[in-house]
Design a protein. Structure first.
Length: 243
């Protein structure tokens, strides 16, 4: 009798996992970018992960697609760079120096709590964003109170979620002009390289993935002739597929 119960429990567990997989599996369709090499290749990458949740929190690259890579990010100690964090939050929230100074002590307490919980992070990488032959130091700021939940719209909206900025040469401030490379539609931006050139991905759409859109974009300051845009729509799949 006990073995039958164990067997029933195992079957129910497997069914639950299958249902959870079905609930998040989906397909992507290209709406903009047909004929562009990077768009066609990225669509192939997206649909090589048929059982992956909607690519809000992370956007993996298939290692079999050798033209793709991701920049190497180095963690930044937020507590040792609180002034830089302040400049980021001021920018995101449109705060003056005076407004920030009035709240900085309160913010420092929140920051310590969120860093300890793993909900707040900063990291940097060096890439040639605008393809002018000069590398930029890019900072990625992630602020996920409660952790990243792909079903929570705050995960991919400002000021929560994540943002990218270009740093000044001394790495102590934000380069406003070069940070404009990342001002695109959608939220939760990520960088990837395709044939050693930098592209930006973002997610847009309503909660519960209604109208979910994944964009691949050229940084804003790349010359017009080189600009490329890809738009993919996400649709929950009615059945599970295998790679």
């Amino acid at each position: 009798m006990k073995s039958m119960r164990r067997g029933s429990g195992l079957v129910l567990g497997l069914l639950w996992l299958l249902m959870a997989d079905l609930a998040t599996a989906g397909d992507y369709m290209m709406m903009v970018g047909k004929g562009f090499e990077v768009c066609e290749a990225y669509l192939k990458n997206l649909n090589s992960f048929p059982n992956h949740p909607p690519m809000v929190c992370d956007r993996p690259l298939n290692p079999k697609l050798k033209e793709f890579s991701k920049p190497a990010w180095q963690q930044v100690d937020i507590l040792q760079n609180f002034d830089l964090l302040g400049k980021i939050e001021q920018t995101l929230r449109g705060m003056t120096d005076e407004q920030w100074n009035q709240q900085s002590e309160q913010w420092e307490m929140k920051v310590r709590e969120r860093v300890a919980s793993g909900w707040l992070g900063m990291s940097t990488t060096g890439v040639d964003v605008d393809r002018d032959g000069n590398g930029e130091q890019v900072l990625r700021y992630v602020n996920d109170p409660g952790g990243c939940d792909p079903k929570n719209q705050a995960t991919y909206s400002t000021p929560s979620g994540s943002k990218l900025f270009a740093l000044t040469p001394d790495h102590r401030g934000l380069d406003v002009w070069k940070s404009g490379n990342f001002n695109h539609i959608g939220g939760r931006p990520e960088l990837f390289l395709f044939k050693d050139q930098v592209y930006l991905t973002t997610w847009a759409g309503g909660p519960n993935f209604r109208g979910g859109e994944l964009w691949v974009l050229t940084p804003n300051h790349v010359p017009g002739m080189d600009k490329q845009t890809c738009k993919f729509t996400y649709k929950l799949s009615s059945q599970r597929r295998h790679q």
